[in-house]
Design a protein around this ligand. Structure first.
Ligand SMILES: NC(=O)c1ccc[n+]([C@@H]2O[C@H](COP(=O)([O-])OP(=O)(O)OC[C@H]3O[C@@H](n4cnc5c(N)ncnc54)[C@H](O)[C@@H]3O)[C@@H](O)[C@H]2O)c1
Length: 678
């Protein structure tokens, strides 16, 4: 396609030698066929799009291979370009590069693709069924080369995994700006995205998959622990200082994020039964010590649970089977279930995220390839039954919450309108709360507490221990109950053996805590106590994500359908010099349903980085708190007022509106003709 001049003008490109055919290690999970639905003209386009990454001399050999991948896998991964063997996040100094940031991002990308960490490593899927680092292995190889060439006077621009190029920028600018899956409004839906994905022009980055900031299931354990514990406090009357000892939590999924549930319930002191249909996921979690017992017998699952509850011992049990069967059993046997949730990948139920009742995991995979329509029907039927069982349990006293996996939206899409608050459509929300509405929103996000995280780029566990201790010393456990929980979390983090992949840590913190800890870490780097550190967060945070069914589910001024906050957060982080800034469509809830962004900040010990920490870390959180305050969320107003009082920054806070003033006006004003909820 390129004439010689254009090809020769490029100094960063793929080699013209054909890599060896790929080898797949048996037992490593493989992504299901994503469904090939392109017409002949589009198929031609997809082939041309993939081949434009490689020198023309290789096209004759590669074209049939790419065609085969497209037909059998629903997309072109370019398997041949995957470096053979294990990929993992190595110590930063073992990478080639012209600046620390360029090397640090290679660590992060490789960690996202580690066999131990990633869901479908050969298909570049890190977690959440479809969340990819980039679209294909040609992009991976090219991104690597660009990162090796990156210096402090350029920014690498990545569009849905495609490295667009290196562009001159000041030393204080981000070194990488990356976007994933963004679509123009009228095309912002699953069908158009499915086409764009097959054409090789769009990537589903989830949050930290395409944001290169995934740290294995640990990344989500702290949030899950907070959620389960606070659900217990709110619904089971646990007092301050009490844990979940003697209480039962039921859920599903031992995958990328859901895999945190078993560990979190044990750390919270309780008993959990988690259903999982994919035996390989159970095996991984069991081997990692993230789930304690495994059984495919429903009777023994509940017997084990009852015993541990009676002894008030923490225990996690993987039930190898379908969650709907688990609930059928609990209902039939009249077993009291205190807390209940679901973490199947319901943001993508028809792409394999939800295994219907009656199909084994293997049958689900075959049916996805052979009969997608039939599969969708089974998914719908199973979701409706699943919902019915939950309703029965809730009527008997269970507290069910949606775990941000779009479960209730999936039930609605399956044809069940009773899941809607207004019995008709989703405008007024759903009958069951989401964990953000009841727990994460008011207890954490409104204060600015969110999933702050770091990776010790040296790969040394001693560095992680030092950062754990330093972070603990920055927290005053008596400031708020949340601080006490966080302090206890970091105190026990090492003991809980949470690391899978790189030497990383998650620690929920508010703006003040994040700035304090970041400055302390940078000091330790400066003084040579530890090697460089990558700071980041999950996008699932106070200000990084607009998602009306999840992160912004407790924003009730009507602005939950807007995505200004996430875009401003991204732009503001770029303006303040974060090393990496990312903005994505979808995240954990699916295309068109959310906009989310994240960042990475490389601590190199410099004063330049101190300055970035003071402005950017604070902005990243307080932009979100300010928006939540403007939506009249009381805790956020409290935090916003304290922020103003501290000086230096200033946020706009809402005046209180007297109820009587509104009522008087509404009682006398002519009424709209439009019926409620229409
Ligand atoms: N943990 C969190 O804090 C959190 C937060 C927000 C959203 N989520 C959402 O939770 C979902 C799960 O995320 P993930 O990264 O673990 O995805 P994943 O795809 O890696 O894991 C989901 C697991 O559910 C299993 N599963 C599917 N159907 C099942 C069924 N009927 N019965 C039993 N097991 C079944 C799958 O085999 C899979 O292992 C996603 O939709 C994600 O967006 C999680």
């Amino acid at each position: 396609m390129l004439d010689n001049t254009a090809a020769e003008s490029m100094t960063i490109k793929l080699d013209d030698t054909l890599p060896e055919p790929p080898e797949f290690i048996p037992g490593i999970r493989r992504a299901p066929d994503r469904g090939f639905t392109l017409n002949p003209r589009e198929t031609e386009l997809a082939l041309r799009n993939a081949l434009r990454y490689v020198p023309e001399s290789l096209h004759v050999a590669l074209a049939p291979e790419f065609m085969d991948e497209l037909r059998t896998r629903g997309r072109i991964y370019g398997y041949r370009f995957r470096p053979p063997g294990r990929i993992y996040g190595r110590p930063v100094e073992s990478y080639r590069g012209r600046c620390l940031e360029g090397k640090a991002f290679q660590v992060m990308i490789d960690n996202n693709l580690d066999f131990e960490v990633a869901l479908y490593p050969y298909e570049l899927v890190t977690y959440g069924e479809t969340g990819q680092v980039c679209q294909n292995w040609m992009q991976y190889a090219l991104i690597r080369r660009h990162l090796e060439a990156l210096d402090r006077e350029h920014t690498l621009v990545v569009e849905s995994g495609h490295p667009l190029g290196l562009f001159r920028s000041p030393p204080g600018a981000p070194r990488v700006i990356s976007t994933n899956g963004l679509l123009v409004g009228m095309f912002d839906n699953q069908d158009e995205w499915h086409r764009a994905m097959q054409l090789g022009v769009s990537n589903y980055g989830q949050m930290t998959a395409g944001g290169w900031m995934y740290i294995g299931p640990q990344g989500i354990v702290h949030g899950t622990f907070n959620t389960i514990l606070n659900a217990g406090r709110q619904r089971l009357g646990l007092g301050d200082g009490e844990d979940m000892a003697g209480h039962l939590f039921l859920s599903s999924g031992l995958g990328g994020m859901s895999g945190a549930q078993a560990k979190a319930v044990e750390i919270a002191g309780g008993v959990g039964i988690i259903a999982e249909v994919d035996e390989s996921r159970i095996h991984t979690r069991h081997e990692q010590g993230w789930v304690s017992e495994v059984t495919s017998d429903l009777g023994s699952a509940f017997r084990l649970a009852r015993k541990a509850m009676a002894e008030r011992k923490p225990l996690s049990i993987a039930y190898a089977g379908n969650v709907v069967d688990l609930l059928e059993y609990a209902v039939a046997e009249n077993i009291p279930v205190e807390l209940l949730s679901d973490q199947t990948s319901c943001h993508a139920p028809y792409d394999g995220g939800y295994c219907p009742q009656g199909l084994t995991f293997e049958q689900r995979t075959r049916m996805l390839a052979d009969d997608r329509d039939g599969f969708a029907e089974q998914v719908d039927r199973s979701l409706r039954r699943h919902f019915e069982l939950i309703r029965t349990l809730v009527d008997r006293g269970t507290y069910f919450f949606d775990y941000g996996n779009s479960f209730m939206k999936a039930v609605f899409d399956a044809g069940e309108k009773a899941v809607c608050r207004n019995g008709r459509d989703t405008h007024d929300g759903f009958i069951f709360p989401s964990y953000v509405e009841d727990i994460m929103g008011p207890v954490l996000f409104d204060y600015g507490y969110g999933p702050f995280r770091w990776v010790c780029l040296s790969g040394r566990s001693e560095d992680l221990e030092k950062t754990d201790r330093a972070a603990m010393a920055c927290i005053d456990p008596d400031r708020r109950p949340q601080d006490r929980d966080n302090w206890a979390w970091i105190r026990d983090a090492g003991k809980n053996a949470l690391v899978v992949g790189t030497q990383a840590r998650i620690l929920y913190q508010d703006a003040e805590g994040r700035v304090k800890i970041a400055l302390e870490f940078n000091r330790l780097v400066r003084e040579g106590e530890i090697g460089p550190v990558m700071l980041g967060r999950d996008h699932h945070d106070t200000g990084g994500t607009d998602s009306p069914f999840r992160e912004t589910a407790n924003i009730r001024d009507g602005s939950n359908i807007t995505s200004d906050m996430a875009v401003q957060c991204f732009a503001g982080n770029a303006a303040r010099g974060m090393s990496l800034v990312t903005l994505h469509n979808g995240g954990g809830v699916g295309i068109g349903k959310a906009v989310n962004g994240g960042f990475g900040l490389v601590l190199d010990g410099s004063e330049r980085v101190d300055r970035i920490i003071k402005s950017a870390m604070s902005w990243d959180v307080m932009g979100g708190v300010a928006r939540r305050a403007w939506a009249r969320n009381p805790h956020a107003i409290e935090v916003g007022a304290a922020f103003n009082a501290a000086g230096g920054d200033h946020v706009t806070l809402p005046y209180r509106v007297n109820d009587d003033v509104i009522r008087r006006i509404l009682d006398t004003a002519p009424r709209s003709e439009v019926p409620e909820g229409a």
